[in-house]
Write a protein that binds this ligand. Structure first.
Ligand code: C2E
Ligand code: MG
Ligand code: MG
Ligand code: MG
Length: 281
């Protein structure tokens, strides 16, 4: 039967591949116009101090709403932007918009929170990255200590190259977080080599924090973070009991739907005004 259908099977795969390719080409083309056409926005998610429930910061997440293609996930379009080199322009827009918005909140009676921005390795590796960050901070007036850059460890290949850049950024006062910690091949190596302030434990470990293996690993990561004088953030907390367990094990901070789903700036403002007491003690 396989033999008989051989040709059709081939055509099936071929057309499926074709669809994937077409989608990619579409995204690539549409991505080039997305900023000019105002299709990009930022979503904000709070970062919360677990033992007080106090909001201490926020992460910005890029959102693309295309009039025909609809909502496209960053998990899909960020890799396309990285491959095609568009991530630099896009990333610069994210940084500028995030810093401007955060400065606006600082100037308008909101608590002085820090803003975390995801940065792709392709941005970091570019020779003008530090200057770009400095320029954006100067232009927006945001104090460097209120800007945090999140770098995903799983995509780092050339650590030596990145190390110098991170040192320059930290000298400016900007802080550095390692995102999705635990998912890369060389988490410990990265911890040892890179000048960082925070580790963000990947959601996959937090999901299973009630089973004993995951919990042991999470405890180990938390303890290591504490011993290395780093802030530890748990990503993707969806349930109260996860927040409680993490807090009991001295995890400093948490993020996730349990506290707040990423939301637009208007709703985030309302959240900052109303939800100051937080959800757990
Ligand atoms: P990330 O930086 O690890 O961000 C966390 C992701 O988990 C976000 O997905 C967020 O919406 C989601 N999340 C937060 N809390 C929960 C939770 O409790 N449950 C679940 N199921 N999910 C939760 P999102 O917004 O789709 O972003 C996916 C990834 O795309 C990000 O992962 C980040 O690596 C990348 N990304 C997003 N915005 C940017 C950007 O501006 N620049 C770059 N370079 N990458 C970005
Ligand atoms: Mg992140
Ligand atoms: Mg990430
Ligand atoms: Mg993450």
């Amino acid at each position: 039967r396989a033999k008989e259908n051989g040709k059709n099977t081939f055509q099936f795969f071929n057309s499926e591949l074709n669809e994937v390719m077409t989608r990619k080409v579409d995204l690539e083309t549409e991505l080039r116009k997305a900023l000019e056409l105002n299709q990009m926005t930022l979503a904000y998610q709070s970062k919360v101090e677990l033992h007080t429930g106090k909001v201490t910061g926020m992460e910005v997440l890029l959102r693309w709403n295309h009039p025909i293609l609809g909502f496209i996930s960053p998990a899909e379009f960020i890799p396309v932007a990285e491959e095609t080199g568009q991530i630099r322009k896009l990333g610069e827009w994210v940084l500028r918009t995030a810093c401007k918005q955060n400065k606006h909140w600082h100037d308008n009676g909101y608590p002085n929170l820090s803003v975390s921005v995801n940065v792709s390795v392709g941005q970091l590796e570019h020779c003008t990255f530090t200057e770009t960050v400095k320029e954006i901070l100067d232009q927006t007036g945001l104090e460097p200590k209120f800007l945090d850059l999140e770098i995903t460890e799983s995509v780092m290949k050339n650590i030596t190259e990145i190390t110098g850049t991170l040192h320059q950024l930290r000298e400016m006062g900007v802080t550095i977080s390692i995102d999705d910690f635990g998912t890369g091949y060389s988490s410990l190596h990265i911890l040892k080599e890179l000048p960082i302030d925070t580790i963000k434990i990947d959601k996959s470990f937090i999901d299973g924090v009630t089973d004993s293996t995951s919990l042991s690993m999470v405890k180990t990561i938390i303890d290591m973070g504490i011993n290395l004088n780093l802030n530890v953030v748990a990503e993707g907390i969806e349930e109260e009991h996860q927040a409680r367990i993490l807090s009991e094990h001295q995890c400093g901070f948490g993020q996730g739907y349990w506290f707040l789903k990423p939301t637009d700036s208007e709703k985030f403002e309302v959240y900052l005004k109303n939800d100051r007491e937080g959800k757990i003690n």
